[in-house]
Ligand binder design. Structure first.
Ligand SMILES: C[S@@+](CC[C@H](N)C(=O)[O-])C[C@H]1O[C@@H](n2cnc3c(N)ncnc32)[C@H](O)[C@@H]1O
Ligand code: SF4
Length: 361
């Protein structure tokens, strides 16, 4: 049995390049007009997406890991995780939850988490490095998750294993793709993080994705946050080359059933600041709740407050918070992420002063 294929909603697509194509002043005028027409909500009752980083344990040690895995934190126990899922299902009912990490498959209750989310009627996705994949695990994932995403940072073992810090990681990731496809996962996704060293290998990744019958291939530049350093971010010239390649290839690949998606992380920040509306929520392994996985801003902790309260009173207004606005306005391009408070250390940055955060004009 496979998880019911449900429709997916995606912010991570070439269409999102609206924020690139439309000059800043024009985008602001357009948004003012939409607000005037009352077609743009000021706040959502529930998040569309939840990214849940269930652990920071990891069997790999990637040179660029944004959340600095592997590391030990006081992660939510299985009982706390189950009660969080019940709360999510009873109150917020988000459109989808993506179970990530660290390496989420290392949690002994990993499949139980996927199954409980699925049973609650939530669309489930998960991200894995593939190292632990077995036939049994793949079949469990396919039964409860709509999308499984495997990370692969190069079409050859030399590149991927060097980035991931462990020999054999490449073969294990390919094996995971085979097993998940064989288990009948509804949507198989492959994620490639482009660095200065591997970006030119992307065309070979497209061929690999075709060979492994992948549905979606996601690519984004490495973000200089956590262990990601500025020197590994592709140069502007390399990124222009990648965009040119995508412009030529995306349509043809889509006709063959492979959806290639490019995400510029700076657009995500720009969109958030411009619209001031929170669409997504992230939960860390130790229960902090934020609105972007790129920075450790904490709007509260599920151990202290109900998730519904944290969303309604805080996360749903977070893009309007003055500290968030002043910190995140430092990010104009992908090269600026490291400038934001907490970007490198990943120490939670608690936000206060919520009483003054309104819902704007
Ligand atoms: C943090 S990992 C957790 C899941 C799993 N361990 C894995 O690697 O697939 C989630 C995704 O973030 C990507 N990632 C990690 N650090 C990044 C960074 N600094 N910039 C962009 N993507 C990054 C990984 O390649 C992976 O696709
Ligand atoms: S990117 Fe994934 S596999 Fe790599 S260290 Fe981070 S959590 Fe582990």
């Amino acid at each position: 049995m496979t998880a019911e294929p449900q429709f997916t909603l995606d912010l991570y697509s070439p269409d999102f390049s609206f924020f690139k194509a439309v000059p800043r002043g024009e985008a602001e005028a357009l948004l003012r007009e939409w607000r005037g027409l009352q077609v743009l909500p000021r706040r959502l009752r529930s998040p569309l997406f939840v990214l849940w980083e269930t652990t920071y344990r990891c069997n790999l040690n990637c040179s660029f890991c944004y959340n600095r895995s592997p590391r030990r934190v006081s992660e939510l126990t299985s009982r706390e995780a189950m009660s969080l899922i019940s709360e999510l299902a009873d109150t917020l009912r988000p459109f989808s939850v993506c179970v990530s990490g660290g390496e989420p498959t290392l949690r002994p209750d990993y499949l139980k988490i996927l199954a409980s989310l699925h049973a609650a009627g939530i669309t489930v996705a998960t991200i894995t490095n593939g190292w632990t994949m077995s036939e049994e695990l793949a079949s469990g994932i396919a039964s409860h998750a709509h999308t499984a995403q495997v990370s692969l940072d190069g079409p050859r073992p030399e590149v991927h294993d060097a980035i991931r810090g462990r020999r054999g990681a490449f073969e294990r990731a390919l094996n995971a793709l085979r097993l998940l496809r064989g288990a009948g996962i509804a949507e198989l996704s492959l994620s490639f993080v482009a660095t200065r060293e591997n970006i030119r290998d992307f065309p070979d990744m497209v061929d690999l994705a075709r060979r492994y019958e992948v549905d979606r291939l996601r690519v984004q530049p490495v973000v200089p946050t956590g262990r990601g350093d500025l020197e590994s971010v592709p140069t502007p010239e390399q990124l222009r080359w990648l965009e040119g390649f995508l412009e030529r290839e995306v349509e043809g690949a889509a006709e063959e059933g492979l959806r290639i998606e490019y995400g510029d992380p700076a657009h995500h920040i720009r969109a958030g600041l411009l619209i001031g509306l929170t669409l997504a929520m992230n939960i860390t392994a130790d229960g902090h709740v934020g609105f972007t996985p790129y920075f450790p801003f904490s709007c509260g902790n599920v151990r202290r407050h109900p998730i519904h309260w944290i969303w309604t009173e805080r996360v749903s207004k977070a893009w309007r918070h003055p500290v968030v606005r002043s910190e995140l306005s430092k990010v104009r391009t992908v090269y600026d992420f490291y400038k934001v408070s907490g970007a490198s250390s990943r120490e939670p940055v608690p936000l206060d002063g919520w009483d003054e955060v309104g819902l704007g004009e």
